[in-house]
Design a protein around this ligand. Sequence first.
Ligand code: GDP
Length: 345
Amino acid sequence: MVTFLAGGTGTPKLLDGAARVFEPAETAVVANTGDDVELGGHLVCPDVDTVLFAGGGVLDHETWWGIDGDTTATHEELRRLADEVGLGTAPRYLDDAAQTAGREIARWRRFSAVGEFMEIGDRDRAVHLTRTSLLDEGKSLTEAVGVLADAFDLDVDLLPMSDDPVATLVHTEGGETLHFQEYWVARRAEPAVADVEFRGAADAEPTDAVLDALAEPVVIGPSNPVTSLGPMLALPGFERALRETPVVAVSPFVGDEVFSGPAADLMRGVGRKPSTAGVADAYPFADAFVLDDDDPTELDRHVERTDTRIADADDAERVARACERALAAVTDEPAGARPPGGGAE
Ligand code: GDP
């Protein structure tokens, strides 16, 4: 067995070729839910859904979110209606009382759908409606995601990090508090980051399924350490579980160059070096790292090197093989050959 920890781009890219290295039926993927928002009453789980759509073969590989070729008729009509009456298309938080009232799936991540600030495709929306309705029927988020994983014929075991709400909030130098989706989607990561908060994490718990998955060797794909791994590490017991199992992390940097996205700004914002060295500092529990051939960083932990740019499944397979070598180097038994429930004796 092996467990991947996933955000919304880097690890899903790696998973595209990982199936050739790690048996999918023996693979769990723990997905970040700190980016989730409730929009017009529907729970949107961007990182969970990227893994879902990628595994189901329907992901839009241009954006790394949403369904390929999806239409946006409902989204466009929501924006047209709001514009028509001067309400605009900026993010519209529900008021403080509404953030924790009613359904227990919100926590300062609850937005009105008036003017819908995030683009939600029509087929994509069907997933959010189904998920929210399954929650309303009394299922946990883990169970609801399990139903969706069956609908998309997923080979891996896809697990949200927690059934409890956690909201990644960005505090800006200007004194604003923005939900991560407002910072990223509506504000294009322009505001200077002063700090990042994982609201609700201290009261949230990793699920039993996640804790079981963390007893296996863990691969942290090239993820954003602040907004994809940060919410997981903020959950009570998560980091302790990682300390007790072999962990390999793929750097999302080459030295101090980031491949894509806001990871460097966010690392700086939380006082970490925006580089591979900063990632290593953020992951004291990691036993090994996979670094790019051109990465000059020297680490005091086991390092496997390869070309870590992932443009297609062949690249992903190459990086996954480096992860497998790294795990083998820091584990007594090779990954995939551990006895059932093994590793945590
Ligand atoms: P999200 O897209 O914001 O949810 O973020 P992720 O947690 O998936 O992190 C994206 C990270 O993946 C960024 O920091 C990128 O630098 C990194 N990344 C994107 N593409 C590649 C790639 O091809 N190779 C590697 N090594 N990292 C990548």
